[in-house]
Design a protein around this ligand. Structure first.
Ligand code: PMP
Length: 291
């Protein structure tokens, strides 16, 4: 069952008018919330990021935080699955085509859920291939906008190069992945770029930083140069659906040196374990408490 503008229905029945500004302009924002054994993960944080995205594009939030919370839990209850990810999207609504905002139009609210398959063990053991690509997106990458054409083109560049992700570089510095945040490890120190308008403030990024701090793993949040990316001992990508996934080759070259070259590193393995342990605390938490 999906949710569209106040109604629950099978996805086949869900229709949006062609003049929806999401369809015409990509004028909307979205969130992806992983739910483990029925428990939404970091729901408050996702809903807070939704609010910043809505503020960033000047769409009034159609629901209160409490109402969103209720809708996400209702979605999970109506679609029982082990692990799933709830997708929610808000567009500016339906109006005659004109770039300027229409007046008095209600936003379109759409939610669906799908099974969540995290990367299999074999892939985590091997790590994935990535390629570097120039980050040619707009300057508000902090907004989780449904206008994902640039991200799609960047990801396709990776796929064309038989890689899983595109690692994006802007003016000689790392930004993020086409659909993930990127972490570098050098001499045991975890390094990742700060939250600016050049990256999406990832929920997983925050969890990884919190876990590094809580476990006293050396961490630096600062600009990362292209040279540091290419010289890294380890590279990881993080996202709600990929969790913490090691990148083992970059532009066809092994990541790291010596006997560990081209293999996922020990810091990634440690962080993955910490992340799994943390997830378990959430699954044990009572229904409306995020761990
Ligand atoms: N950056 C981009 C561009 C993304 O699309 C995503 C995934 N939505 C992320 C980072 C990771 O964010 P999160 O950890 O909240 O999934």
């Amino acid at each position: 069952m999906i949710y569209l503008n106040g109604e629950w229905m099978p996805i086949e029945k869900a229709m949006v008018p062609v003049l929806d500004r999401g369809f015409i302009f990509g004028d909307g924002v979205y969130e992806v919330i992983p739910c483990y054994s029925g428990h939404p993960f970091r729901l408050r944080e996702h809903l807070t990021r939704l609010q910043s995205s809505l503020d960033g594009v000047r769409i009034e939030n159609p629901c209160s935080i409490e109402r969103w919370d209720e809708l996400v839990r209702e979605m999970v209850a109506k679609n029982p699955m082990d692990d799933q990810y709830v997708y929610l999207q808000v567009t500016r609504g339906v109006a005659p085509r004109d770039h300027a905002f229409p007046k008095g139009v209600k936003p379109t609210v759409f939610m669906m859920t799908n099974p969540l398959t995290t990367p299999p063990q074999a892939q985590r053991d091997r790590g994935v291939a990535a390629v570097t690509v120039a980050d040619n997106r707009w300057l508000r990458c902090d907004i989780k906008s449904v206008s994902l054409l640039a991200n799609c083109l960047l990801r396709q560049t990776a796929v064309d190069g038989e890689a899983a992700e595109a690692v994006l570089l802007r003016d000689g510095f790392l930004t993020e992945g086409s659909a993930s945040n990127i972490f570098v490890v050098k001499n045991g120190v975890i390094v990742t770029p700060p939250k600016t308008n050049f990256i999406l403030p990832g929920i997983t990024y925050d969890v990884v930083i919190e876990l590094a701090r809580a476990n006293r793993l050396p961490l630096e949040i600062r600009q990362v140069s292209e040279a540091e990316v290419r010289d890294a001992d380890e590279l990881w990508l993080t996202s709600s659906t990929k969790e913490v996934l090691p990148i083992s080759t970059l532009d066809g070259k092994p990541v790291g040196r010596g006997i560990n070259a081209g293999k996922p590193g020990p810091v990634a393995a440690r962080m993955y374990q910490l992340y799994q342990d943390y997830k378990r605390t959430v699954m044990r938490a009572p229904d409306n408490v995020d761990a």
